[in-house]
Design a protein around this ligand. Sequence first.
Ligand code: SAH
Ligand code: DHB
Ligand code: MG
Length: 221
Amino acid sequence: MSGRRWAEVDRYIENKLLGDDPVLKAALADNEAGGLPAIDVSAVQGRFLHLLALAGRATRILEVGTLGGYSTIELARGLVEGGRVVTLELDPHHAEVARANIARAGLAERVDIRVGRAADTLAAMISAGEGPFDLIFIEADKPGNATYFAHALDLARPGTVIIVDNVVREGGVLDGENDDPAIRGTRALFDMLAAEPRVSATALQTVGAKKWDGFVMAVVR
Ligand code: SAH
Ligand code: DHB
Ligand code: MG
């Protein structure tokens, strides 16, 4: 199996099940025009996040790592009427591109973008007594993952679903000797999960348009 074949199967699934989505297409085009890196979730992964929101009848969703708002749009589309997504982004330019993409999607009212270091924003949210969130999607800098997960637990309730993306990275997670901060951060997350009695967790490997990767899914007990 090759990466090209994985991408072809993703395209097949997109054509069959996702259909044409001018709003998401325009978001990706404006991300590119704005010089943002093409590290959004894939179309089928975005739809999966949407389905998690729908299945959980989510009214409060927290996202860590907005980029241009591609995943934010899919999450917000899955909200129950009157629900809200809070999404955290470090880079003001990313946030600005996201704001426009989200407005074009007709979702400006349902999305609250907060600019700053996610660790600081999350700490402030906990102090302010925000939450609990029904669904939490973590996809920012990988060295921050353990910190973000710990904060996510403080913003959760029993039954909250927490997803952490990009935890496999072409198998890089296996390399315990590697001093790449992203790999160390991912392994620190797994160590934390292994010792955390408040959640049940697994990780699923994925292949597709975004190559070989995977995500952690944890449910708060
Ligand atoms: N969820 C997005 C992709 C996120 S890419 C999507 O699928 O569409 C990761 C994002 O995290 C980038 O925009 C990056 O600027 C942001 N980021 C990196 N470090 C961060 C930090 N410390 N706090 C908040 N956001 C951060
Ligand atoms: C990076 C981040 C991502 O979320 C991703 O899917 C791919 C790459 C990165 O920071 O390099
Ligand atoms: Mg990613």
